[in-house]
Write a protein that binds this ligand. Sequence first.
Ligand code: 2AM
Length: 185
Amino acid sequence: MRLFLGLWLPGQWRERLAGLEVPCPGVKWVEKENLHLTLRFLGEVDEKSLPSLQKHLASISLSPFTLQSSGPGAFPDRLAPRVLWWGVRGRTERDSQRLFQLKTEVDEALSRWGMAPEARGWRPHITLARVKEGARVYWPPQQNILLPPWPVTGFALIASTLTAQGPIYRNLCEFSLSGQEEKKG
Ligand code: 2AM
């Protein structure tokens, strides 16, 4: 199974960010229901390893925190974008610390489970679109969007099935920040 850990967006974030979509040749926008913030991409994981993976993730214990928008951005840069994204940060300095603490705790739990550390640094973002080389796209958007505070109380283990029409995501389970495995999907 191809897995990743992430945060699903609150409804208003989903609606408003999906509303930025402008049809454009060579630009593939992420489906509204697929919008998420990736905490860690795990790649292929043997289904037999799932119970131990879930046990390690359930040991994470952290206070809930609140996110806010930090505006649009692009990878590798705005002049030749290949990924259009929307950034987030904590509503307060303390919330930002907790967001990065969550990332650290996830990475440490995965290391204890036996996964090699991630090579690249982490910038909290929601991927909105992927851009083919040479495609032209107007970014950042002209319109202002208002995104409400985003309370984060847990994170999700998500399975991704790749299809010709794009990935299909399925929630395997959610972990509350109090260290409880909440539900199985
Ligand atoms: P990103 O778009 O937010 O960068 C599910 O595939 C998610 O995992 C993607 O949204 C992507 O997050 C992230 N990801 C990180 N590394 C990846 C990789 N090597 N292959 C596919 N997805 C990856």
